[in-house]
Design a protein around this ligand. Structure first.
Ligand code: UGA
Length: 456
């Protein structure tokens, strides 16, 4: 199927690459000339495992362009995957969505076009996009009747595992108020739904995985599913973090508690990893937008608000615990292991590491960070704060008064802690992800404090 994707950010690019791999003719449109030039050469603008490899396999069916005419001419399906960053009031900025809709209206010419909102947009945006497309189509073609439908197809990809989340999804959700549009999208996703594509060698199909649920709904329900899913995941994390603070007080171990409740199949064990809490571009933005939508309808959304409060508290708590241990932070050297908001990505948006580094710097500490992937990006983007960067994870320990583990990169589990301890001024590690083996640190003579575990 001839498919256009507007916006080659995280969502647009992964969707485009995956659909081209499934056999569709995909043209990805972006405004950023340097980005498009690189994409044409097969260079991905984001760090995402296997994306460049899949791009190469899909290259015969995948084009990148700056030219809206080229992308939209004869397209049967058009995905809008532009950014919707938060405005200061919590509402998303819809400027890019508006100009994408107008550009589509001016150019679509296939007999029937399905326009798919893939960006996370406020509930009701489908209707708004439809009216924008219709107005710009009419302005361009006064004598013709347009034949298009707007659908919503939220994405559930996690950064760092976006491609396997897409190819081996739990579900594909599609909302539209027209059966024909739902049928077109079913056909588009057929190889994925029925798992008839050949799995790439580097992304093997999970054993026993045979089909993907295809869920259809009206437009508004699909739009709400996206917000409700992210808010639920966010509150699941905040819930375990609330229990984790109580766990410290009563002398319990949150790892046991989390496992104990997660084995109940009604609860499930995923997204119950206690620690510093969530960061990234999605949970914070989407919970803020959900609260703001609730407000429009006179609803206060207390559970979503509480999830946000608990999340903010976890970051503050790391610094409070450290102050409790070191008493004075002025002049201390604090190491930070992990800068990205989660492992396997270089994304620094709403990264807990930045927040914690800022709090420490404000209190007069010297901060030295390390991250295996996102450090170059941090050097470029964090010029507003005087964080220093270490050449290796081990180097973070040199002369340190304490080291905080902030991002759960697996490599941090296996550092040579004996050697690291020798270099430290105070042998103290604060484990914000509950990732380190207490016995190993104890053997190295390091005092180990983990969120959610009482120190005995
Ligand atoms: C999230 C959702 O998981 C995706 O389904 C959704 O498509 C995406 O947002 C989006 O809306 O675009 P993402 O933000 O990439 O994906 O990453 P997650 O794996 O959800 O992690 C978010 C944060 O929660 C990270 O900082 C992670 O460290 C933290 N987390 C996650 C925990 O603290 N505990 C957990 O048990 C799981």
């Amino acid at each position: 199927m001839k498919t256009a994707i507007i916006g080659t950010g995280y969502v647009g690019l992964t969707t485009g690459v995956a659909l081209a791999y499934l056999g569709h003719e995909v043209t990805c449109l972006d405004l950023d000339a340097a980005k498009v030039e690189n994409l044409k050469k097969g260079i991905s603008p984001i760090y995402e495992p296997h994306l460049s490899e899949l791009m190469k396999l899909a290259s015969a069916k995948l084009k990148f362009t700056l030219d809206a005419d080229e992308a939209l001419r004869n397209a049967e399906v058009v995905f809008i995957a532009v950014g919707t960053p938060s405005l200061p009031d919590g509402n998303p900025n819809l400027t890019y969505l508006k100009s994408a809709a107008e550009s589509i209206g001016e150019r679509i010419n296939a007999p029937y076009v399905v326009i798919v909102n893939k960006s996370t947009v406020p509930i009701g945006s489908g209707n708004w996009v439809e009216s924008l497309v219709r107005d710009s189509y009419r302005a361009k073609n006064p004598a013709k009747n347009s034949n298009f439908v707007v659908a919503s197809n939220p994405e559930f990809l996690r950064e760092g595992s976006a491609l396997s989340d897409m190819l081996y999804a739990d579900r594909v959700v599609v909302g539209a108020d027209d059966q024909r549009a739902l049928d077109v999208l079913r056909k588009l996703y057929q190889p994925l739904i029925e798992q008839t594509f050949e799995a790439p060698a580097f992304l093997p199909r999970p054993e026993g995985f045979r089909a993907v649920h295809f869920l259809t709904s009206d437009l508004q329900s699909a739009e709400l599913i996206k917000y409700a899913a992210n808010a639920f995941l966010a509150l699941k994390i905040s819930f375990i973090n609330e229990i984790s603070e109580l766990s410290e007080k009563v002398g319990a171990d949150i790892q046991h508690v989390s496992r104990g409740i997660g084995l109940d199949s009604r609860i499930g064990n995923r997204f119950l990893q206690a620690g510093i809490g969530w960061g990234g571009s999605c949970f914070g933005k989407d919970t803020a937008a959900l609260i703001s939508t609730g407000k429009e309808y006179g609803l206060s959304m207390p559970i979503t608000k509480a999830a946000r409060d608990v999340n903010a508290r976890q970051r503050a708590r790391m610094v409070e615990i450290l102050m409790g241990e070191l008493k004075i932070l002025k002049g201390r050297k604090i190491g930070i292991l992990g800068l990205s908001f989660k492992p396997f990505t270089d994304d620094l948006r709403d990264s807990p590491a930045l927040d914690i580094a800022q709090r420490l710097l404000e209190r007069g500490a010297k901060v030295v960070g390390f991250d295996p992937i996102s450090m170059d990006r941090a050097k470029r983007e964090w010029t507003h704060i005087p964080v220093e960067f270490a050449a290796s994870a081990d180097a973070v320990f040199s002369e340190a008064d304490a080291v905080l583990l902030v991002t759960d990169w697996p490599d941090f589990k296996n550092l040579p802690f004996e050697k690291c301890a020798e270099q430290m001024k105070h042998k103290l590690i604060l484990d914000g992800r509950g990732q380190l083996e207490p016995g190993r640190l104890q053997a190295a003579g390091i005092r180990h404090i983990a969120l959610g575990r009482s120190t005995r």
